[in-house]
Ligand binder design. Structure first.
Ligand SMILES: NC(=O)c1ccc[n+]([C@@H]2O[C@H](COP(=O)([O-])OP(=O)(O)OC[C@H]3O[C@@H](n4cnc5c(N)ncnc54)[C@H](O)[C@@H]3O)[C@@H](O)[C@H]2O)c1
Length: 337
């Protein structure tokens, strides 16, 4: 049994609390939140104790912490928790600053404690089935990857201002998915972005619509399309073209009813947003973490993966700002150890 401390009782912290209490081998012992009301209400739901993040990290009876606090706290909390001998599952991204994320990784690595980064989409049943089919060579050698990831509606500008930008906050999931499916980092990244949905997002220095193309040393290509608005729901699709065929993962719909009449054929919309679409993925992610922590096997998503996706976000941000392709070596060179 893994005794867990949950740091952060906000949107995603509440999802993780559910996964922790539903798992037969994990126990939610304590939780913290900077907002005491948020902490008290979640603790009351799950019969957990409210404590400060520092107290939880210092408690030797807690085996692992799940970090679901805002991004600008992640590096500090990963360092403190691993130094205190805890296994860690930390939400994405590791940090907004690449150098800070790399420094955090070396400190955590030195402690020898296992750290997993919360790229939950790897555990989505459809995406993981697509990956398994590709690994079994069912479509031959992969040649071109296409990832579509549209949110239903843009976040408030107050969120955009502290998010680190679309590439670090939103597309980071898709960068990790590209690494997961292609099994390598790209050589070059080209990005274009626009604030066509909400000019206020542009005035805040961010984009709400972006396309990234990535080229690989072995000639493969990947494209990622992000939008902060799709009026029909959360659009999450993947297409992998190989020498011997095509793998596609379609959207999950609200229901499976299709109405066919003389007017046409109409079906349900995709599920609304990440809380609806990815609930099975969050549970499977937690199960993978618990299994690795209890068995001592390698974490399935590591700080290396977190740093790699952040480096790609950095390259895409630079490319969108400068209008030129950015080599990954350019982004990683100044911080490489
Ligand atoms: N993997 C995913 O699908 C996914 C989805 C949403 C958010 N996230 C990530 O999760 C993190 C949290 O996002 P959210 O949407 O839940 O935010 P949120 O604002 O809803 O929740 C964060 C909570 O952390 C609390 N907090 C702040 N500092 C703290 C500290 N030092 N110790 C304890 N609690 C503290 C806040 O009071 C707040 O309640 C972000 O890094 C975000 O990128 C990941």
């Amino acid at each position: 049994m893994l005794r867990i401390g949950l740091l952060g009782a906000g949107r995603i912290g509440r999802v993780h609390a559910q996964a922790i209490i539903s798992h037969p081998q994990s126990q939610l012992c304590a939780l913290s939140d900077a907002n005491s009301e948020a902490a008290e209400s979640l603790a009351a739901e799950h019969d957990a104790t409210v404590r400060s993040s520092e107290e939880i990290i210092a408690d030797p009876s807690i085996d692992a912490v799940l970090i679901a606090t805002p991004t600008d706290t992640h590096s500090d909390l990963i360092e403190a928790a691993t130094r205190a001998g805890k296994a860690v599952l930390c939400e994405k991204p590791v940090d907004l600053d690449l150098e800070r994320a790399i420094a955090c990784k070396s400190i955590a690595d030195a402690t020898g404690q296992p750290v997993m980064v919360g790229f939950n989409r790897r555990f989505d049943p459809s995406f993981s089935a697509l990956k398994s089919a590709a690994d079994r060579d069912e479509i031959g050698a992969a040649e071109m990857l296409s990832i579509t990831s549209f949110d239903p509606a843009p976040p408030p500008v107050s969120y955009v201002q502290v998010s680190g930008g679309l590439f670090r906050d939103m597309m980071i999931h898709d960068f990790d998915m590209a690494n997961f499916l292609m099994g390598q980092l790209p050589q070059h990244i080209s990005a274009v972005g626009t604030s066509i949905i909400d000019p206020e997002i542009g005035r805040a220095g961010d984009v709400d619509t972006a396309v990234v193309t990535m080229s690989y040393a072995d000639g493969k290509i990947a494209v990622i399309k992000n939008s902060r608005r799709s009026v029909y729901g959360y659009d999450q699709r993947i297409e992998l073209l190989g020498s011997g065929g095509l793998l596609q993962a379609h959207n999950i719909l609200e229901n499976s009813v299709v109405k066919s009449t003389v007017d046409g054929v109409v079906g349900a919309k995709p599920t609304y947003f990440f809380l609806e679409r990815y609930m099975p993925a969050y549970r499977a992610e937690w199960d993978a973490f618990v299994t690795a922590a209890l068995s001592g096997s390698a974490m399935p998503v590591t700080l290396d993966d977190g740093v790699a996706a952040l480096a790609m976000a950095e390259a895409a941000t630079r490319s969108a700002q400068s209008g030129r392709p950015v080599a990954m070596s350019e982004v990683l060179k100044p911080v490489a150890k």
